[in-house]
Ligand binder design. Structure first.
Ligand code: FES
Ligand SMILES: [Fe+2]
Length: 350
């Protein structure tokens, strides 16, 4: 694994929370090095933020009635289809000759799932998404998140993903009073069973022996199942004696050195609603602890040092790299993805 390894294309990436999209307003976002323009014109849309005339970013233009007018020469584009609707400088003859009819801003396939807008980042071998994309989350959670935190990490995509699935940094990095405070000299053995699933793996459902305080809100005992799928989707389903919750952490590369993290929390227990603000603060604090350490790690990675992934603690990181390799192989060979993992039991101290 080298620093700033390339990220995957031919897959969905999250681009924004749906609740942040407004009619006649646009948001510009870079994803995987591409400048995108997002918004809502009835339904959400994702366009390349570039005028097909002479390349001015469309975000500098004006938006009204489901159209964007480029600032430079006033060409008008439909926000949903990208189709060019009007070119002010055309004479009647040029208009009759059909100049402008085949011109359009580039539209990216998009979809809404789990309260997020996702865009399809094309690969030459997978230019279009599959016809039917399954929902990211199971039914009770496939909606706007109850708590949402978005952060930009100044680190490459691989390190951000591996940081997500690293089970042994918790006692060192997540040191808030409301998180577990284990004795660092007497860490406990954790034994977890994993199964391959889809384009990733799942840490099978198990009871959490000593859950952190936010988990205890759901009523003891608390059980959890943690899934990961390419390119960077971590889903934790939590079930307590009085309610259920889901934590979705999903990542998108902004460029080779920067990664956007979307943290969403959903619950089935209406009585947690008054606790939204403190839970949001905790989620921000938690994500910022991860952000700080991966950004400090980047200082070390700049020198391209040799790295050591060990069995147990780093097994999931090794699986991520294998999955990614298989994904790239399947694209290049134009073959279906075959999950290379097998069921396994993994142990570490934490
Ligand atoms: S660059 Fe957009 S209309 Fe000319
Ligand atoms: Fe963490």
């Amino acid at each position: 694994m080298s620093p700033n390894a390339p990220f995957l294309t031919g897959t969905w990436y999250p681009v924004a929370r749906v609740a942040d999209l407004r009619e006649n307003r646009t948001i510009s976002r870079q994803v995987a090095g591409l400048p995108l323009l997002l918004g809502r014109a009835g339904t959400p849309f994702v366009l390349m933020d570039s005028c097909p005339h002479r390349g001015l970013p469309l975000r500098y233009g004006s938006v009204a009635n489901g159209q964007v007018r480029c600032k430079y020469h006033g060409w008008n584009f439909d926000l949903q289809s990208g189709r060019c609707l009007h070119i002010p400088c055309l004479t009647d003859e040029q208009r009759l000759q059909g100049v402008g009819e085949r011109i359009g801003a580039q539209v990216l396939p998009s979809r809404v799932s789990a309260g997020l807008l996702w865009a399809w980042l094309a690969h030459p071998m997978r230019p279009q998404p599959p016809e039917q994309a399954a929902s990211v989350l199971p039914e009770p959670f496939d909606r706007d998140p109850d708590v949402y935190v978005e952060r930009t990490f100044q680190c490459d995509f691989d390190q951000a993903v591996i940081g997500l699935m690293d089970p042994v940094h918790l006692p060192f990095i997540h040191t808030s009073w409301w998180w577990k405070q284990p004795d660092l000299h007497a860490l406990q053995k954790e034994t977890r069973h994993f199964s391959p699933r889809g384009m990733g793996f799942v840490q099978n459902d198990h009871e959490i022996p000593n859950p952190a305080k936010p988990y205890q809100l759901l009523g003891m005992p608390v059980r959890t199942e943690i899934g990961f799928e390419l390119p960077g989707v971590r889903i934790e389903l939590i079930c307590g004696s009085t309610g259920g919750a889901c934590s979705l952490t999903t990542l998108a590369p902004i460029d080779a050195q920067t990664t956007r993290v979307h943290q969403c929390i959903y619950w089935t227990t209406p009585w947690l609603r008054p606790l939204r603000a403190p839970i949001r603060r905790m989620a921000r604090r938690f994500i910022d602890q991860d952000r700080l350490v991966v950004e400090q790690q980047q200082e070390g990675l700049r020198h391209n040092p040799p790295l050591t992934l060990i069995d147990g603690a780093d097994t999931q990181a090794k699986w991520y790299l294998r999955l990614k390799k298989e994904f790239q192989r399947s694209l290049e060979a134009a073959e279906p993805f075959r999950n290379p993992l097998a069921p396994a039991t993994v142990e570490w101290l934490s």
